[in-house]
Design a protein around this ligand. Structure first.
Ligand code: ADP
Ligand code: ZN
Ligand code: ZN
Length: 730
């Protein structure tokens, strides 16, 4: 028997349920701390896979271990600081380390056959010419457009200009020949930034800016500012200061659609190199932004939630804009909250974290109330414009025309006559959410899901919004044979038609997933609306976020009453945020805005608080209520969800969990109960809800369960997941 010790390495692999696997390190590779964080190739189940080295140890027990095949990187691929962060993420979310670590690896680098990243080309204006000189030098209208666009927007790649001119690349080359543009293979700093706007910060803005800018080490700030109060201006000034001392910034936004807007604002103003990072980019573009952030060749990354895992050479600040937005929470697979991780990462890297919103989520607000976060308030709009007036339209007695009351239609007409824009907000696409028999009450449902089918008129089909299955329309009621089958309720499609009928010559723009399918389409739609043409927009969530429509003066919100009857205790929180955000789209320039809410429940307490007072009053009241009943943020919650085609297997799975969980007086367990949609896509769904008043003991309980489930055959026919800090109960 040999007692010789051999070098082993522990690696992370992108496979479920594994923290790390151990391999042997061949003698040809020296044992070196620098191996940690690099990629190696290892044999795994007859395949060669990319793995990340976590640690190296000398071990006496090496039986059955395999050798790694070879190393990929000469130097660190994932920096130590990032690895440290990922370890903490794994500990917090009780998600296998391998899964967490590979969240931080762009797809491009997971395939080692991929070559070095191809070069890219950036263009910028060589000299800022006067309009007269431009006209003399440029005979081509197209080249002139490109030149002006680059002047306005700073350095760009030709692919970001294709919406200006189709053959942008050729025009750029022609302009280069004329000595008017220069190119670089690296995103360069704008040599001709437009002058800073000449306004001075308001006193609220200055105070907020100074407080954050003067802070040292880690702290979290809640920048609680109404829409149009100048939060973005504060971000820009903070980031400018950072870049001056050679530090980098990470700016997280909820949606891909909001990245171009912030990208341009930063690129124009900060005198630094800016890149975007989100899932809509090509693999190469994502890998490039990632590696430039790592090497310090980018100053600011504007990213959606997965950007929280980007490595940085010298990260100086994390900003989370619209921090209340639900998109920061990944809702399948590894369910992390990028906002919460921003705070965790800020703490590790000892840097400030700024959470900005007009409607902070209750968890964040609670931390501000308890002085865990510094609460910075901006309560007036920079243009001194009052927030729009919000009024309720009690429609109980009104006759409705395709979802809108006569009075509301008149209000819309009035605005259009004044050449303004109006927006009708409704969170439901399609023609109508129900098809039902007038004789027996039968309602068309999906075969695979416990849900009603939505009627879509343009395809004359019923569609399930959960599994997207399509159904033809029945001629007779399958229950009683009656022919009196009718649609009930309204969706965006029906309102669109109603508006087109009553406003014959007005442009109606519908924005929902059926009409706007790609980011490009979305950008074009936003650009069109921003030109200020008189029009009525009708749309879902997509329209509620971040965008600034200067000519919008009337917002109509339809069909919010459902939230009052929801089983989800967060329903009114989400509704209030949505309503305030949608309202914030109105009256942003010098025009006054109006918001009208069509409702059947005008007496509801919710409206009294939100409209009579403010979002803050509503939110503080709601926090108090939640504390009284012991719900977050007054407690800590987690859900274990499971689904299976077999009801018994699913029940057994949850019974097994309950039997093997040690009781803990500070953690209450509710369930197993059926999920609000018991059957979805042919599978049954159940859940266990954990609610505890101490995070630590909740964590212990969950940890025990997760460890018990690892490699447990109970899991074979059940797909399960753990959701820590869930944002909904469905
Ligand atoms: P928010 O992000 O809070 O919605 P923005 O930062 O986008 O607000 O500011 C709204 C508008 O007001 C922008 O056009 C911005 O340039 C302008 N602005 C910001 N700060 C000031 C200020 N101190 N004085 C005048 N205008 C300002
Ligand atoms: Zn019937
Ligand atoms: Zn379905």
């Amino acid at each position: 028997m040999t007692t010789d010790k051999q070098n082993t390495i522990q690696v992370a692999l992108p496979i479920p349920f594994a923290n790390s696997l151990t391999y042997l390190l061949p003698d040809t590779i020296t044992r070196d701390e620098n191996l940690i964080g690099t990629r190696v190739i290892v044999p795994f189940r007859n395949k060669q896979m990319v793995a990340i080295v976590l640690s190296i140890k000398a071990s006496g027990y090496t039986k059955n271990l395999k050798y790694i095949s070879h190393c990929v990187d000469d130097s660190s691929f994932l920096p130590k600081s990032l690895l440290g962060f990922l370890h903490q993420v794994h500990t917090y979310y009780l998600t296998p380390l391998g899964e967490v670590i590979f969240c931080a690896v762009p797809k491009w680098y997971k395939n080692i056959k991929n070559p070095a990243l191809p070069k890219e080309l950036w263009w910028q204006v060589k000299n800022r010419l006067t309009s007269k000189d431009i006209a003399i030098q440029l005979k081509s209208r197209k080249q002139e457009n490109i030149y002006h666009y680059l002047l306005d927007n700073g350095p760009l790649q030709s692919k970001s200009m294709t919406h200006i001119e189709t053959n942008a690349s050729a025009h750029c080359k022609a302009l280069e020949k004329k000595g008017m543009l220069i190119k670089s293979d690296l995103c360069f700093v704008d040599a001709h930034p437009p002058p800073d706007p000449d306004f001075t910060l308001t006193s609220d803005q200055s105070k907020a800016f100074k407080t954050i800018n003067d802070s040292t080490g880690f702290s979290s700030f809640l920048l609680d500012g109404i829409t149009g109060s100048g939060k973005t201006e504060i971000y820009i000034r903070l980031v400018k200061q950072l870049i001056a001392v050679k530090k980098q910034a990470l700016v997280l936004v909820p949606e891909i659609g909001l990245t171009p807007q912030l990208f341009h604002e930063f690129a124009k103003r900060i005198h630094g190199r800016v890149a975007v990072f989100h899932s809509g980019l090509t693999d190469i573009a994502r890998a490039r932004a990632w590696s430039k952030a790592k090497s310090g060749d980018i100053d600011v990354i504007v990213a959606t939630r997965s950007g929280i895992f980007t490595p940085f050479k010298k990260l100086g600040m994390i900003i989370v804009d619209e921090e209340h937005d639900l998109s920061f929470k990944q809702q399948d697979g590894f369910r992390y909250s990028a906002r919460d991780l921003a705070v965790l990462r800020g703490n590790l890297e000892k840097i400030p974290v700024v959470l900005g919103s007009a409607t902070p989520c209750l968890e964040t607000l609670n931390n501000a109330v308890n002085n865990k976060y510094t609460w910075l308030k901006l309560r007036s709009r920079t243009n001194k414009q009052a927030l729009p007036t919000i009024s309720l339209m009690d429609v109980r007695q009104h006759k409705m025309h395709k979802g809108l009351s006569k009075q509301v239609l008149q209000l819309i007409k009035d605005e259009i006559e004044k050449d303004n824009q109006a927006l009708v907000f409704l969170n439901r696409r399609g023609w109508s959410p129900k098809l039902s028999c007038q004789d027996c009450g039968w309602v068309a449902e999906c075969d695979e899901c416990d849900t009603y089918l939505t009627y879509h008129k343009h395809i004359h089909r019923l569609r399930c919004h959960h599994c997207e299955r399509l159904y033809g329309l029945p001629e007779f009621c399958p229950e009683c044979g009656s022919q009196k089958i009718e649609t009930m309720g309204v969706g965006t499609e029906k309102i669109h038609q109603g508006l087109s009928n009553s406003l014959k010559d007005t442009k109606i723009i519908r924005v929902d997933r059926d009409t706007v399918k790609t980011p490009n389409q979305w950008q074009r739609t936003v650009d069109e609306i921003k030109t200020g043409i008189p029009c009525v927009m009708i749309g879902t969530q997509m329209l509620s976020k971040g965008h600034d429509f200067p000519n919008l003066t009337l917002v109509v919100i339809v069909n919010v009453d459902n939230s009052f009857f929801s089983i989800d205790f967060r329903a009114t929180e989400h509704l209030s945020q949505l309503m305030v955000q949608v309202s914030g789209r109105a009256g942003r320039k010098d025009k006054e805005g109006k918001v009208v809410i069509q409702t059947q429940c005008p007496q509801h307490e919710f409206f009294k608080l939100l409209l009579g007072k403010s979002y803050e009053s509503y939110a503080l009241h709601e926090i108090q209520l939640r504390r009284e009943v012991g719900f977050p943020p007054g407690s800590f919650m987690a859900i274990i969800r499971g689904r299976s085609r077999n009801e018994k297997t699913l029940n057994d799975f949850f019974e097994h969990i309950l039997e093997n969980t040690t009781e803990n007086p500070t953690v209450s367990i509710l369930g197993p109960i059926p999920a609000p949609m018991y059957k979805k896509m042919g599978q049954y769904q159940m859940q266990l809800i954990f609610n505890g008043n101490e995070r630590k003991s909740l964590h212990q309980t969950l940890k025990q369960i997760i460890e018990n489930l690892a490699n447990n055959k109970m899991c074979n026919n059940v797909i399960w997941s753990l959701d820590l800090d869930p944002i909904n109960l469905s």
